[in-house]
Design a protein around this ligand. Structure first.
Ligand code: PLP
Length: 415
């Protein structure tokens, strides 16, 4: 699949999808803040509806009503598709709206979803509560790097099947565990032999983003990104995108029109602007993160650092990724019973880093997962996922790395 151009992603991120001739020559895309669009004539209205709902090839183009699509949405979808190297993209109001659309549009009662572990908390709850309420069962992947373990999980899923979706997050948060995408393709083939059709492979690419990892080029059918994070990049918008083939994406857009989870015009405008600096931000944040991870790894008050760059599976990392991202976790070197108090002392002593959930903003954010992002996850499952009471997660931003390092080192003294 191609993004319709052989230009580099850094170039595509600046202007792809916007033609100034469509907007009085405005050098930058305007924010089209309109919920509805005026038809030039009654016949044009009919033609447009025929084209939109029946796919009639009558040459009609234009917009109808914001929930069905709008000019700002077209710009960001065209751009995201090019960055993800997909034929098309659909952008939703949030990342969870995008994930829900995949699950609800492609799964039916009695189906099985095979998924990596751990997955994002919202995804986990969606699978275990809403999908299971609809009679959609799930099978977890125990190890995404080990071929025989993965094939066993694939067989188990096929036994319970039909398996219609394979969903993986690689690298996983906060374990930094990788899933080998070529093995995932083999698992899909194995399942296809059993049930006569191949499950869709969807990858949550939020942690690395399109400048570091392009799952569609590695055999995935769908690439999902919470654009709230690195793409938005300034912690001031919510959005979620999915790229893939024209056929799969048009199904998701039809679903989106009915559930009403379309991205709004103002967020689309912010997002188009944010894409322009995404390559630079991604690169600087990754440089800063590598330095901070190295500082923490050698620090006497830190027991371990779970950073993708430190993975023992370097060959998988090199095959799939062009970097290690800038969000990771670390564990303080204290007794488990002391973990929460020690982590709180560190957080409250920070002057530059801000204590908040989320990631991918210009500012460095840090949080205590056990009492925030994973608050609702039972302790046993939390610890199995590598989150102890002494674990902290950091999303490294674009500040001067010396300021960040000294902020962290000073705060570690309070531990
Ligand atoms: C934040 C996040 C999501 C959900 O995105 P929202 O925009 O918050 O709905 C999904 N997956 C991962 C890995 C995330 O970090």
């Amino acid at each position: 699949m191609t993004g319709g151009s052989n230009l580099s992603p850094e170039t595509l991120a600046i202007g792809h999808g916007y033609d100034p001739a469509t907007a009085l020559g405005a050098a930058k895309p305007p924010a089209y803040l309109a919920s509805t669009f005026v038809y030039p004539s009654a016949q044009a209205a009919k033609d447009l509806h025929q084209a939109f709902f029946d796919g009639a090839d009558n040459g009609a183009t234009g917009y109808i009503y914001g929930r069905l699509g709008h000019p700002g949405l077209d710009i960001v979808e065209t751009r995201l598709a090019a960055l993800d190297r997909g034929e098309a993209s659909a952008i939703f109001a949030t990342g969870m709206a995008a994930i829900s659309a995949v699950f609800l549009a492609f799964l039916a009662p009695g189906d099985v979803i095979l998924h990596s572990r751990p997955v994002y908390g919202g995804t986990d709850m969606l699978i275990t509560s809403e999908l299971s309420r609809l009679g959609i069962r799930s099978v977890g992947i125990s190890d995404g790097i080990d071929r025989s373990a993965l094939m066993r999980d694939a067989e188990a899923a096929a036994d319970a099947g039909p398996v219609r979706v394979i969903w993986a997050e690689t690298p996983a948060n906060p374990t930094a565990a990788l899933v080998d995408l070529s093995l995932l393709g083999e698992a899909a083939d194995r399942i296809a032999e059993r049930q006569g059709f191949r499950p869709l492979i969807g990858i949550d690419n939020t942690f690395l983003g399109p400048f570091v990892q392009t799952p569609l080029a590695l055999g995935a059918d769908l690439c999902m990104t919470s654009l709230t994070k690195y793409a938005g990049g300034h912690s001031d918008l919510l959005a979620g995108g999915i790229s893939g083939s024209e056929q799969l994406i048009s199904r998701l857009k039809a679903f989106r029109t009915l559930v009403g989870s379309t991205l709004d015009a103002h967020s689309a405008w912010l997002l188009a602007r944010s894409f322009e600096t995404m390559a630079l931000r991604t690169e600087r944040a990754a440089d800063n993160a590598a330095k901070i991870a190295a500082t923490l790894r050698g620090h006497p008050k830190v027991a371990s650092v779970t950073y993708v760059g430190f993975t023992p599976h370097q060959s998988v990392l090199e095959r799939q990724c062009r970097g290690a991202g800038s969000t990771f976790s670390f564990r303080l070197s204290v007794d488990e019973a002391e973990g929460e108090a020690a982590a709180f002392r560190l957080l409250d002593a920070l002057k530059v880093m801000r204590v908040a959930v989320s990631l991918g903003g210009t500012e460095t954010l840090i949080c205590h997962p056990a009492t925030t992002t994973h608050y609702a996850v039972p302790r046993e499952r939390r610890v199995a996922a590598g989150i102890t009471d002494a674990t902290l997660r950091i999303s490294v931003g674009l500040e001067n790395v010396r300021d960040l390092t000294s902020d962290l080192e000073t705060a570690l003294e309070a531990v």
